[in-house]
Design a protein around this ligand. Structure first.
Ligand SMILES: NC(=O)c1ccc[n+]([C@@H]2O[C@H](COP(=O)([O-])OP(=O)(O)OC[C@H]3O[C@@H](n4cnc5c(N)ncnc54)[C@H](O)[C@@H]3O)[C@@H](O)[C@H]2O)c1
Length: 307
């Protein structure tokens, strides 16, 4: 199999590279939020071909002979997406369009697309199944809805097969963003106080990277849209307590929103409460999440301690 992975130098992408090594791999990444650190060995040993390129100006001929594209290159930052609107358009909208065009021109038959739970916005139905309508409340989510829609239209028009995976918050070694990363680094700087964005009552779902990769590879063998996440929600306050206790600290928590009532998001576009319904991937593909959140946070903190 010749497989192209856009964003393959990044957090999830580089784990996919690890899992798919042995195939003929082409990694396309402009290193805008990563380095080649996690794939450098493979590049040096000639196990993969790495092309430093912006997908928004992708040379179509790169995808010649490719059987399947894992499209993971994107700006993954909801918070940034309210300000860096041109960047979201460039990386996520134009970038996805160029990838699809390159696929069309080279008759590539399959795409696996990294989408997000945020496409559901403030869903009234929790857990939220795949059939629930997309109602984005951030520019990031809207860019992913664009990607999903164009993938489906290209699939219908040009005969592609597609798998769209809608991820919960993914975390684990190599991730350099997200709430756990943020708390750990804030507490390293100031062990006495932790500023929590929002009111701490945000109640979300997370998934450890190993479980994510396993689910993604299974979903890639099937077609259609799959929610991928854990079956448990956890509040931001609980995460703060776990991170602090893992570090042996007892900091004072401060908040950017009043600590009462409903969950309040920490930034524009933040979906304050969600849980994905993962019945489809469980029943159709036999997958279920394995790593409990507390154990996963510990593993991630162990990794952050070493880097
Ligand atoms: N991490 C999560 O919780 C999460 C959740 C849902 C969906 N996703 C999606 O999964 C994918 C990977 O996310 P991640 O967390 O690994 O982020 P990441 O920032 O670690 O990886 C993204 C990679 O894409 C590259 N990239 C960005 N814009 C590019 C461009 N224009 N051209 C070429 N390369 C470009 C970056 O350099 C980086 O290596 C993204 O599409 C993201 O939207 C992530």
């Amino acid at each position: 199999m010749k497989i192209a992975i856009t964003g393959g130098a990044g957090f999830i992408g580089s784990h996919l590279v690890d899992a798919l090594i042995g195939n003929e791999l082409l990694v396309i990444d402009n290193l805008s939020s990563s380095t080649t650190k996690y794939i450098q060995n493979y590049i040096d040993n000639g196990d993969i071909r790495f092309v430093n390129a912006d997908i928004a100006s992708l040379d179509s001929s790169l995808l010649e002979g490719v059987d399947i594209v894992y499209h993971y290159a994107a700006c993954p930052d909801v918070r940034l997406s309210s300000e860096a609107t041109e960047k979201i358009y460039h990386d996520n909208v134009l970038g996805t369009f160029r990838v699809l065009e390159a696929m069309r021109k080279n008759d590539v038959k399959k795409i696996v697309f990294a989408s997000t739970s945020t496409v559901y916005g403030n869903a009234e139905k929790i857990p939220t199944p795949e059939e629930y309508p997309s109602r984005p409340i951030s520019n990031y989510a809207a860019s992913k809805v664009f990607g999903e829609a164009f993938i489906q239209s290209y699939a219908a028009t040009y005969g592609f097969d597609y798998t769209i995976v809608r991820y919960a918050n993914i975390f684990g070694p190599r991730s350099n963003h997200g709430v756990i990363w943020d708390f750990y680094h804030k507490l390293m700087k100031n062990p006495n106080e932790l500023l929590i964005l929002g009111n701490g009552l945000q109640n979300k779902s997370y998934l450890y990277i190993d479980d994510t990769v396993e689910a993604t590879l299974l979903a890639a063998k099937a077609s259609g849209i799959f929610n991928i996440g854990s079956e448990e929600q956890i509040t931001v306050n609980e995460i703060a307590k776990i991170v602090a206790s893992e570090l042996g600290l007892n900091p004072k928590f401060k908040y950017t929103a009043p600590v009462a009532g409903k969950p309040v998001g920490g930034w524009k576009g933040d979906v304050p409460a969600f849980l994905l319904d993962v019945t489809k991937i469980k029943t159709e593909l036999g997958w279920s999440p394995k790593t409990p959140i507390r154990e996963a946070i510990k593993k991630y903190i162990d990794w952050m301690r070493k880097v």
